[in-house]
Design a protein around this ligand. Structure first.
Ligand SMILES: Nc1ncnc2c1ncn2[C@@H]1O[C@H](COP(=O)(O)OP(=O)(O)OP(=O)(O)O)[C@@H](O)[C@H]1O
Length: 361
């Protein structure tokens, strides 16, 4: 089975990491948590840079570490690519030579990624003859990622690869990361502080807190849990993968079908090819509820939903409500006053009014 099993017990003088994770063996798993929660420590354990007293790591059927059997594959023997906040390129070598250097380390029979493919995936064809000193921060990162890919890794680790970039550069590089997600068969563990990056890239979400795993599960399910601290954040909300159903040129509106549902949402956007999967994000604070379908409202998206449960919000004036929208989970943050006015109860049929849908593309 395609899976990553990672179990570590790492002790530092003032910090203990205790993690026991089963992650999907493909796609992007995001490690998310506050500063000091242990994200980098976990990544370092996986890379073998940190040797946990007790540790077990299996990547898609290959055991890289098993302390119970005294087995520990050193970092240089682990087929992984590690991308840090800032790419450390060889400054005296051109971009092309930097990339070839990554590739040379791999025995011919293990080569899985061609130079041309990596160059094309990261859009760095025009930079090949440049020296690293003449690259922007975003270009450097793309070269660093391509170099990591060219080592033909069976696992990619990225530790806040966009953290050192400004917003504009982040926006430039995210589409390339999305392409990796769509086109590469290498599982990626992605450390990030940014809910936006997680929403765009992750399939699976691991929440770390003080060295412990608070939650680990598919992105949509984990984001819609009300018992986790992320539900209390101002940016709390769900990510849904919709399928483009049509485009209305008159109103410039794109229609996206909810997964496995006859329901859809409309969003102001330029045309996108029918059938394409697109993620969108709906924040809890942008969803309000009503008993009747409001016909005299400017709100574009009114969807029939069922109340699943409610949970107190950190702000005592509010409650969080989890909804089921024909199979898709959604959150609403409403006032307790409105909750009482509506007389909400689990199982109730209700209308969700979505004030804003953010396309993540
Ligand atoms: N070699 C070490 N010796 C002692 N303590 C350490 C060591 N490495 C990390 N720590 C401590 O472990 C804790 C977790 O650090 P870690 O870097 O894993 O967190 P993080 O979630 O990645 O944080 P950030 O988001 O700020 O990078 C911190 O309190 C840190 O001080």
């Amino acid at each position: 089975m395609q899976q990553i099993r990672a179990r570590f017990n790492l002790r530092h003088p003032d910090f203990v990491l205790e993690a026991d994770l089963a992650l999907p063996g493909r796609g992007v798993s995001a490690l998310f948590g506050h500063s000091g929660s242990g994200k980098t420590s976990l990544l370092r354990c996986i890379a073998g840079l940190e040797r946990a007293a007790e540790g077990f790591l299996e990547v898609n059927g290959e055991v890289w570490q098993d302390s119970a059997r005294g087995h520990f594959l050193p970092t240089h023997k682990r087929p992984l690519g590690y991308v840090f906040q800032e790419a450390s390129l060889f400054e005296h070598l051109s971009v092309r030579r930097n990339l070839e250097f990554g590739q040379r380390r791999v025995p011919a029979q293990d080569l899985r990624v061609e130079l041309d493919h990596a160059v094309e995936l990261l859009g760095i064809g025009h930079l090949l003859e440049r020296m690293p000193g003449y690259l922007s921060g975003g270009e450097r990162q793309r070269v660093g990622i391509a170099r990591a890919l060219l080592t033909s890794p069976r696992l990619l680790l990225m530790d806040e690869p966009l953290a050192a970039l400004d917003l504009k550069r982040k926006g430039e590089i995210l589409p390339y990361l999305e392409r990796l997600h769509d086109e590469l068969d290498v599982p990626l563990l992605y450390v990030s502080h940014s809910p936006d990056e997680v929403a765009r890239l992750a399939d699976h979400l691991v929440l770390l807190d003080n060295g412990r795993v608070l939650a680990s599960g598919p992105l949509d399910q984990t984001l819609s849990r009300l018992d986790l601290p992320i539900a209390q954040e101002d940016e709390a909300g769900v990510v849904i993968e919709g399928c483009v159903q049509g485009f209305d040129p008159r109103y410039q509106l794109l229609t996206l079908a909810l997964p496995g549902s006859s329901l859809s949402v409309r969003v102001a956007h330029s045309p996108v090819a029918e059938g394409r999967a697109l993620r969108f994000r709906v924040l809890a604070r942008d969803v309000s509820l009503s008993l009747e379908k409001q016909r005299d409202s400017s709100i574009l998206n009114l969807l029939p939903a069922r109340v699943v449960e409610e949970f107190p919000a950190a702000n005592p004036a509010h409650v969080l409500v989890r909804l089921d929208v024909d199979g898709a989970p959604m959150l609403a943050r409403i006032t307790r006053f409105s909750r009482d006015q509506l007389g909400l109860y689990p199982g109730q049929s209700i209308w969700a009014q979505i004030k804003s849908v953010a396309l993540l593309a």
